[in-house]
Design a binder for this molecule. Structure first.
Ligand code: IMP
Length: 189
C-alpha cells in the first residue's frame, strides 16, 4: 500500500482503517434497526471533526435501508487551550427547523463531554422529537459526566488522537486511521 505523508509522524495506530470500516457499518446496522419505525432521521454532524465519520456513517445507514437527512453545526469549545472549557461558541448554526424531528448527533469524540452536554441542551431547546448521540470514539473521562451517548464506536485510552477527521492544529484530518502522534511532532513548532 502507498505510504501517506503522515505515516512518519504517527507513533502508533489506535484504530485501523479496517476496524473503522467494520465498526461504522455495525453501528449503522444498529441505528437502522432502532429507527426502523421512523420515516426519516436527521443526522446532525458536529464540524469539523465529525465530517469523515458523518460521510461514512450516512452511507452505511443508506446501505442498511435507512434514509437520513444531514445537517451540520460548527461549535468551538476549546478556545485557545487544549482542554475543554465548557464555554461553547456557535460558529455555524443549523440551517433549518428541527422541531418534531428525530435527531441523531454525530460526534467524532467525547472527551470531557462538556461540548456534547451543551449541544444536547441546545437541541432540546429547539424542540426535536428525540435526540440520540452516536460518537465514534469515547475517552475515559467521558464516563464521569452526565451525558447519555447511546452509540459508541470505540472506547479508547486517554491519549490525544488524530485522523479520520480529528486534527492537531488543523492537520492530520485526512489520515485514514486513528493514531497517536510522535512526541517530536508537538515540539517542532
Ligand atoms: P469535550 O467537550 O472535552 O468532550 O471535547 C470534545 C471535542 O474536543 C471533540 O469533538 C474534538 O473536537 C476535541 N477533542 C477531544 N479529544 C480530542 C483528541 O484526542 N484529538 C482531537 N480532538 C479532540
Amino acid at each position: 500500500m502507498a505510504e501517506g505523508w503522515y505515516d512518519a509522524d504517527i507513533e502508533r495506530v489506535v484504530v485501523s482503517e479496517e476496524r473503522l470500516r467494520e465498526r461504522v457499518d455495525s453501528l449503522a446496522k444498529e441505528v437502522a434497526a432502532d429507527y426502523a419505525e421512523h420515516d426519516s432521521v436527521l443526522l446532525v454532524g458536529v464540524l469539523k471533526g465529525a465530517f469523515v465519520f458523518m460521510a461514512d456513517f450516512a452511507r452505511a445507514l443508506g446501505r442498511n435501508g435507512r434514509h437520513a437527512e444531514v445537517e451540520f453545526m460548527a461549535i468551538s469549545s476549546y478556545g485557545q487551550g487544549a482542554t475543554s472549557s465548557g464555554v461553547v461558541r456557535i460558529l455555524k448554526d443549523l440551517d433549518r427547523d428541527i422541531a418534531g424531528r428525530h435527531v441523531i448527533v454525530v460526534e467524532d469524540i467525547v472527551d470531557s463531554g462538556l461540548t456534547l452536554s451543551w449541544l444536547l441542551r441546545y437541541l432540546a431547546s429547539r424542540a426535536a422529537a428525540s435526540v440520540r448521540v452516536v460518537a465514534l470514539l469515547r475517552k475515559p473521562d467521558a464516563a464521569t459526566v452526565e451525558v447519555d451517548v447511546q452509540y459508541v464506536g470505540f472506547d479508547i485510552p486517554n491519549d490525544f488522537v488524530v485522523g479520520y477527521g480529528l486534527d492537531y492544529a488543523e492537520r492530520y484530518r485526512e489520515v485514514p486511521y486513528i493514531g497517536v502522534l510522535k512526541p517530536a511532532v508537538y515540539t517542532r513548532g
